[in-house]
Design a protein. Sequence first.
Length: 278
Amino acid sequence: MNKEPLLSIIVPCYNDVEYIEQAIDSVINQTYSNKEIIIVDDGSNAETKLVLKKLESKINQLITQENKGQSTARNIGIEEAKGVYILVLDSDDYFEPTFCEKAVNTFLDYSRVKLVTCYSNLIYENKRKGVFKPSGGTLKDVLKKNVAMGSAMFKKSDWSYVEGYDEMMRRGFEDWEFYIRLLARGGEAFVLKESLFNYRKRQNSTTSKANRNKYDLLTYIYIKHKELYIEHFEGFVKHLLSRIEREEHEKTKNTLRLEYRIGYTILKPLRWVKKLLK
């Protein structure tokens, strides 16, 4: 009998025909053995459905629904999950083989942990690469910004208590809002200091779309959690003012840089004429 707690891995998929197989293989190949894999087809096109049908033999369950958005797809998959722990994975990303084992062990070792994330390899469409290091932290930290990757691990009991992802949020930032509620009762988001996740930075990704609507989404989050922000008012105001100050400083630097370039361009011919006249 397997004594490891069951881990349920939920993979919502919407038209990710190019990447879904790599995502599924990455969770199949995890060193953590006691797991189930649930794909939620969120109204994908015919081409993606063919690939999902081919993958069905590799997984435990394929749920098909009309397109309802990522939050709903995750909630439906988690509702069906039997695991103590839940890992959500976007279908265009993938994990390194040891993430699940290290994440579950973190929960077992530290009772305060509510969420486990890790450093992430960033994969850009132009083949450029980078590393992102989420900060982790507690409620006071997550009220200021998202502290974890969207693909992260948490307990199903905590998901149930906070009533899952907000299904009204279909334009992004639903991970951050969920994490606020997850940490509102205490605990912390823990960061594994290894690059165990691979995150694709795509132009039309949910995150990119969210950044184009970020002020509307921020307004929604701030108002929804007004009481928490009032409770942590001083730290939050200092954070906002610090961010505004950084942005203004950056604008000033860019303006000076532009003015220098314009001045150099205008004066260059004059310097050339002056040199000829010497």
